[in-house]
Design a protein around this ligand. Structure first.
Ligand code: BGC
Length: 720
C-alpha cells in the first residue's frame, strides 16, 4: 500500500514536471513567434535544399536537417541535386527493412532499432528521420512492401510505437509515412484513392493513430496520392479533421518530396512544411513567396502561419534543438549497433518448410555444399531508392558461409540464374524480360549440386522488383528460378531454398519439390551472418509471416476484385476491411502460407487458455492466460497469437482479427504462463452510420494459435 502510494506520488510528480516543461515550451514558442517577421516565419515552412529547412539565426533557431530512413541513416545527398555528396564518413548501420522487422514479431527489436537509428542520426547531426513507413500491405505487388511492415494494423502499431518512442528518446523526430493510403507505387503521384469510412478507421488509419497517440510521433509525412478527391497534402478531412482534431496531433505535417499542390488550400488544411518541390527557385515554392502573398491578400490568416511555425518550433524544442545543452550527441557504427542489426536479421527469418528435418545443417559433418543463386552474392542494402543505405559493410550469404565453414568443407559455387532486369534513371527497365531460363547456368548448378552433400539456393527478388516508384508486374519468381530449383532438387534431394525478398511470391512450384524453404527477407548489413546461423542451427528460426503468401495473385483481395492499380487514375478499395488474412479467412480461401505462420527447429505447445471471466461489461478488460511449452530439444521462441471474431453481428465482421501476441523464448522443456489482456472496447467495429466505434453485445470468440489458421484453443466470452 505504502509502496504503491509512493509510486503514485512519484508518477504524479513526473506528470506535473512534464506539464510544467510543456507550458514553459509553449510560452517560449509564443515569445519566439511574436519576434519573427512574416518572411522569417515563412522561411521555416519550406525547404532551402533537398533535405534542409532554414532556421532564424538571429533568434537562435537552427537550420533543420532531415534524412531518409527508415532502416538506417541515408548517406548525405547534395544540397541542390539528388546525387550523393560523396562523403567518406557517412556509412551507417543498416537494419533489415520493415517487413523483416515485422516478421520478428518482437517489439523489443523495434525499440532497439529506434535507439540505434536515433544515435546514428544524432551523430550525423540529423534532426528528423523520415520513417517508419507504415502503409498497409494491400497488394503483393506494391513496390514498397519491403519497406512497410504488414497487412495487419495491430502488428504495424505494435512495431511502430516502440520504434518511434525509442528514436525520439534520442532527440530525433520520427516522420511516420505516408499518410495516407499510399498502397501502390503505380501512379502514386496522381492516383485518387477511395476507401470506405469503415476500412479507413479499421485498416488504414490505426497504425498512424497509434504512432501519434501512443508513440508520440512528432512529424507526419503526407502521401503523394489523392484521398477521396483531394491530395493528401491538402486534405481537409485527413489533415485538419482527423490528424489535428481527432488525434490531437500538435507536431509537423510535411509533404512527401514534391507532393505540394497549392498554397491557400494546403495552408488552410493544416500542412506545415513543404519539401522536395520540383521548382529550382525555393522562393517560388507554394509555402514561400506565394504564402507571404496569400497572407498579405488576406487569403491565409496570419494565425494559420503562426500555428505552423509553432508546430515546427514545438518539434524543435521536443528534440532539444533550441536552447538545450543536453541534446543527445549520438554515436555511429558501434559494435552494439551492428549486433542490433544482426539480431533484427536473425529473428526475422521465417522457416516455411522443413521436410525430414533437412535443417538445421550440421556443417561439421558435411564435406561439401553447393551455394547457388545470384542472391548468394548480391548486396541489397543500397537499393530500393529513398530507403537505400550506404552501409559500413554488408555480409552476403556466401561470405558468411565461407567465413564460418569454408575451412572445413568445400563450397561449390554456381550462379544458377542471371539477373536480367535492370534499373535506369529510377525506372525498372525490364521486369517483362526476366522470365528467361538459362539452361547453361542451370546445368552448372546441377553439376555443383551433384558434387555436394547439400545444396543451398539463394533466390527470390532484388531491388529491381522491391523498390519505390513502381510495382511488380506479377508475383512469380523471376529469372527461371522455379526451373532451376526443380532441376537442382532432382540432382540433390538435400536442397534448401532461401528466399530473399520483401513481398509475396508464388511458391507453389517450389513448395512441391524443395524439402526446405527459408524466407530470409533483405537482411541489412548482417544478412549473410544471420541466414548462415539459421542454417547451422546456431539461431533457431522464430520469424512469422507478417503477410499472407497467396497461392496466386488472383487469390489476393485487391486482385480478386480487379481493383489494383485502379483505372483512369482512380482506385476504389472494394475489398473494404477484408485486407490480407481477413479476406482469406472470411472467404475460406487457403493461401500457400498463412499470416503469422512460421516453423521452428523445436516444437511448442499452447495450452490452458482461459479468461478471468465469461461475461464482461463494455468498459472492462479481458485478461486471458495460457501456457507455452517448448516440447523439443533446443531453445527457441514461439509467437502466441490472439485473434478475435464475433460470429453474429449486425454488420459483416472478419472471421479473425489479430488483437494480441507475445513472443515467448523458451529452453527445452521449459514452459511459461503468459497473460494477454485486451479491452472490451478493442472488440469494437467502426459503425459508419453512428460514426463511431461500437461493441455490439453478444458472443465473441477468442482464438489462440501460432498463425491465423493454426488455432489451438478457442474461448467464447460474452459482452453485455
Ligand atoms: C519518398 C519518401 C522519402 C522522400 C525523400 C519520396 O520519394 O516517397 O518516402 O522520404 O522521397 O527521399
Amino acid at each position: 500500500m505504502m509502496l504503491s502510494l509512493c509510486l503514485l506520488t512519484s508518477g504524479g510528480l513526473q506528470a506535473q514536471k512534464g506539464a510544467n516543461i510543456e507550458s514553459a515550451q509553449e510560452k517560449k514558442i509564443q515569445t519566439l513567434v511574436k519576434k519573427m517577421t512574416l518572411e522569417e516565419k515563412v522561411g521555416l515552412l519550406h525547404a532551402n535544399s533537398k533535405f534542409y529547412v532554414s532556421g532564424v539565426q538571429r533568434l537562435g533557431i537552427p537550420e533543420w536537417a532531415l534524412s531518409d530512413g527508415p532502416h538506417g541513416v541515408r548517406a548525405e545527398i547534395n544540397r541542390h541535386n539528388w546525387f550523393y555528396a560523396g562523403w567518406t564518413n557517412d556509412s551507417s548501420t543498416c537494419f533489415p527493412p520493415g517487413t523483416a522487422l515485422a516478421a520478428s514479431w518482437n517489439p523489443a527489436l523495434a525499440r532497439e532499432r529506434g535507439i540505434v537509428l536515433g544515435e546514428e542520426a544524432r551523430f550525423r547531426k540529423k534532426d528528423v528521420l523520415l520513417g517508419p513507413g507504415i502503409n498497409i500491405i494491400r497488394s503483393p505487388l506494391c513496390g514498397r512492401n519491403f519497406e512497410y511492415l504488414s497487412e495487419d494494423p495491430f502488428l504495424i502499431s505494435s512495431m511502430a510505437v516502440p520504434y518511434i518512442q525509442a528514436l525520439q528518446s534520442k532527440d530525433v523526430a520520427a516522420s511516420v509515412k505516408h499518410y495516407l493510403a499510399n498502397n501502390q507505387e503505380e501512379n502514386r503521384f496522381k492516383v485518387d484513392v477511395s476507401v470506405s469510412e469503415r476500412a479507413l478507421r479499421e485498416i488504414y488509419l490505426p497504425g498512424f493513430k497509434a504512432a501519434i497517440t501512443e508513440g508520440g510521433a512528432l512529424t507526419v509525412m503526407a502521401a503523394y496520392n489523392k484521398f477521396r478527391g483531394d491530395w493528401c497534402s491538402e486534405n481537409e478531412y485527413l489533415d485538419r479533421q482527423i490528424l489535428r482534431k481527432e488525434l490531437g496531433f500538435t507536431g509537423v505535417l510535411m509533404t512527401d518530396w514534391d507532393a505540394a499542390h497549392s498554397t491557400v488550400k494546403a495552408a488552410l488544411a493544416g500542412l506545415d512544411l513543404e519539401m522536395g518541390t520540383d521548382i529550382k527557385d525555393y522562393n517560388q515554392w507554394y509555402f514561400a513567396n506565394p504564402l507571404i502573398q496569400a497572407v498579405k491578400e488576406g487569403k491565409v490568416p496570419l494565425s494559420v502561419v503562426d500555428e505552423k511555425v509553432s508546430n515546427i518550433l514545438r518539434v524543435m524544442m521536443k528534440t532539444k534543438m533550441v536552447g538545450d545543452k543536453t541534446r543527445e550527441q549520438g554515436s555511429m557504427n558501434t559494435s552494439a549497433h551492428q549486433l542490433a542489426a544482426y539480431h533484427s536479421a536473425a529473428e526475422a527469418v521465417v522457416l516455411l518448410q522443413n521436410q525430414d528435418k533437412v535443417l538445421p545443417l550440421d556443417f561439421s559433418k558435411l564435406k561439401s555444399i553447393a551455394v547457388i543463386g545470384d542472391n548468394a552474392t548480391r548486396k541489397h542494402t543500397s537499393g530500393g531508392l529513398s530507403s537505400e543505405i550506404k552501409p559500413l559493410y554488408e555480409i552476403t550469404p556466401l561470405e558468411a558461409l565461407t567465413k564460418k565453414f569454408g575451412n572445413s568443407l568445400k563450397i561449390n559455387i554456381a550462379k544458377g540464374y542471371e539477373k536480367q532486369s535492370g534499373f535506369f534513371e529510377g525506372r525498372n527497365t525490364g521486369q517483362e524480360d526476366t522470365k528467361k531460363v538459362d539452361w547453361k547456368l542451370i546445368d552448372e548448378a546441377v553439376e555443383a549440386a551433384k558434387r555436394s552433400d547439400v545444396s543451398i539456393i539463394f533466390g527470390g527478388l532484388n531491388h529491381d522488383f522491391d523498390s519505390e516508384s513502381f510495382d511488380r508486374q506479377d508475383m512469380k519468381l523471376p529469372y527461371g528460378q522455379e526451373t532451376l530449383i526443380r532441376e537442382v532438387v532432382k540432382a540433390n534431394p538435400k536442397t534448401i531454398v532461401v528466399i530473399i525478398a520483401g513481398s509475396p511470391l508464388e511458391l507453389a512450384g517450389i513448395v512441391s519439390c524443395a524439402p526446405s524453404i527459408v524466407w530470409a527477407w533483405y537482411g541489412g548489413m548482417e544478412a549473410g551472418n544471420a541466414v548462415a546461423d539459421v542454417l547451422s542451427g546456431k539461431v533457431n528460426p522464430s520469424g512469422k509471416l507478417p503477410f499472407t503468401l497467396p497461392v496466386s495473385l488472383e487469390q489476393s483481395p485487391a486482385h480478386a476484385l480487379g481493383n489494383f492499380p485502379g483505372r483512369d487514375l482512380k482506385v476504389n478499395y472494394q475489398e473494404d476491411i477484408l485486407v490480407g488474412y481477413r479476406w482469406f479467412e472470411t472467404k475460406n480461401i487457403t493461401p500457400q502460407f498463412h499470416f503469422g505462420y512460421g516453423l521452428s527447429y523445436t516444437t511448442f505447445e499452447l495450452s490452458g487458455f482461459n479468461t478471468d471471466k465469461q461475461v464482461y461489461g463494455k468498459n472492462e478488460t479481458i485478461h486471458s492466460r495460457f501456457t507455452v511449452k517448448n516440447n523439443g530439444s533446443c531453445s527457441g521462441a514461439e509467437v502466441a497469437q490472439l485473434y478475435m471474431s464475433q460470429p453474429s453481428c449486425s454488420v459483416m465482421r472478419p472471421k479473425k482479427e489479430l488483437k494480441g501476441f507475445e513472443k515467448v523464448f523458451l529452453n527445452p522443456g521449459e514452459s511459461k504462463t503468459i497473460e494477454l489482456s485486451l479491452r472490451v472496447s478493442d472488440l469494437a467495429f467502426y459503425d459508419e452510420i453512428r460514426k463511431g466505434w461500437i461493441v455490439e453485445p453478444g458472443d465473441f470468440i477468442l482464438h489462440l494459435g501460432n498463425s491465423s489458421a493454426n488455432i489451438c484453443q478457442t474461448i467464447k466470452i460474452s459482452v453485455q
